[in-house]
Design a protein around this ligand. Structure first.
Ligand code: KMH
Ligand code: ZN
Length: 302
């Protein structure tokens, strides 16, 4: 496919304000980050909320409502609300905002797994907020729970009942087989937008061979019925998403996945990462999809 969809994940729930002054946390900051990323070429904005006072990841619908209507009104980007939230939230908490906001798109994590964040935090000693250090220290023993019943519930409550389509987050080969299982049960309809996730401790490592193998198995399981995108954590972000673009896949950037723009240099904004990958993919001969092209490619309700 010539068109390439750039997703930008603005803030996530892993990085903390101490790690970068550029991480958006308030509704104003998240709105500005989203508009900047969309202006730079992101067709999809992947969204988490934060408590504006502390920057702590939040599942409160009111925190999402601080930026969702403004993003909707001031851009035509596809709004994609995370159902992953953070690994310390219950499924009810993770579903509260997307059920209320009824977005065109939502993320869906395709398996229960370890999700260790602590190695990233070990370097920081000056914490801005009391919650940051214990949050990250506890995170070396977290279970990110996404059982088949959890997945079925998200598919039913957001997909069947509210018309959302999904960014299927696959951190491992097993997640592709889980996706096939739900396709066979008739709970999801093609085309499937599969996000291969690299470099989370608990999921597959950021080795190029893993990407070629994921594509090989996805081809076998889904044939023409799927497209893939890649996200990679930390310094693996740009190399692996460039590989995806070269292989005909789509890409995800954003400060949720990496705080840097080059080794040792913090990205000043989400838009900076979008602009960087835009240049790369255009040099590879791909055309950056507009939000409406992305809607057509993904079969969104619009
Ligand atoms: N934080 C990423 C590794 C979600 O929000 O559903 C995966 C993610 C999960 O984006
Ligand atoms: Zn996310």
């Amino acid at each position: 496919m010539r068109e390439i969809i750039i997703t930008c994940a603005l803030t996530g729930s892993i990085h903390t304000p101490s790690m970068s002054p550029h991480l958006p946390v308030t509704a104003d900051e998240i709105t500005a980050a989203g508009l900047g990323a969309a202006e730079a070429g992101a067709a999809i904005l992947h969204l988490h909320a934060r408590d504006p006072e502390t920057g702590k990841p939040s599942s409160e619908p009111a925190h999402f409502m601080g930026f969702l209507p403004r993003l909707k009104q001031a851009s035509d980007a596809v709004l994609n609300i995370s159902t992953g939230g953070s690994a310390v939230m219950s499924l009810d908490q993770r579903l509260a905002a997307p059920k209320q906001a009824e977005p065109e798109m939502a993320s869906l994590n395709m398996g229960t797994m370890n999700f260790a964040l602590y190695p990233m935090a070990a370097r920081i000693s000056d914490w801005q907020h009391d919650w940051e250090k214990p949050f990250l220290e506890g995170s070396d023993d977290l279970v990110f729970k996404n059982t088949p019943r959890d997945i079925a519930r998200i598919l039913t409550e957001l997909g069947q009942d509210r018309g959302a389509r999904f960014e299927f987050e696959c951190y491992d080969l097993s997640h592709l087989y889980m996706l096939r299982h739900f396709a066979d049960r008739g709970l999801i309809k093609a085309p499937f937008f599969i996000q291969f996730v690299f470099g989370v401790l608990g999921g597959m490592g950021p080795d190029p061979e893993n990407l070629t193998h994921m594509v090989r198995i996805a081809d076998k399981l889904f044939g023409e019925d799927y497209m893939f995108s890649v996200l990679a954590a930390g310094r693996h972000q740009m190399p692996l998403i460039t590989m995806s673009a070269a292989m005909g896949g789509h890409v995800r950037v954003g400060l949720e996945d990496s705080l840097t723009i080059a080794r040792g240099t913090l990205a000043r904004s989400n838009a900076e990462q979008v602009s960087k990958i835009r240049e790369v993919v255009e040099a590879l001969g791909r055309t950056v999809a507009t939000p409406d092209q992305a809607r057509a490619i993904l079969g969104l309700k619009g």
